[in-house]
Design a protein around this ligand. Structure first.
Ligand SMILES: [Zn+2]
Ligand SMILES: [Zn+2]
Length: 93
């Protein structure tokens, strides 16, 4: 286990959200395709759970018809939303 990881300081821009990046856990070779921590974890599909923003709303599940009051993302297409149960079923959990 590494106790302290060395961070590389710099002045880069995230290619995903254009946020400034001041430090990275590695020295970037290609600076044209850098991602901030948020975008990086999003692209890997494992955004840290505690920092996840929940969107409140009044939607309906397209699968079972039950109400959905919050989602971990802002839905663009509200006609095909799935509640957590149906979503898990669909994914085969
Ligand atoms: Zn970003
Ligand atoms: Zn459902």
């Amino acid at each position: 286990m590494e106790g302290e990881r060395q961070m590389h300081q710099g002045n880069w821009t995230c290619s995903g959200c254009n946020a400034g990046i001041s430090e990275l856990p590695f020295e970037p070779r290609d600076t044209s395709n850098l991602m901030c921590r948020d975008c990086h974890s999003k692209s890997r599909g494992n955004a840290p759970r505690k920092e996840k923003q929940m969107y409140q709303g009044d939607w309906k599940c397209a699968g079972c018809g039950s109400g959905i009051s919050q989602l971990p993302f802002e839905p663009r297409d509200t006609s095909n939303l799935k509640c957590m149960d149906c979503f898990k079923k669909e994914k085969g959990f």
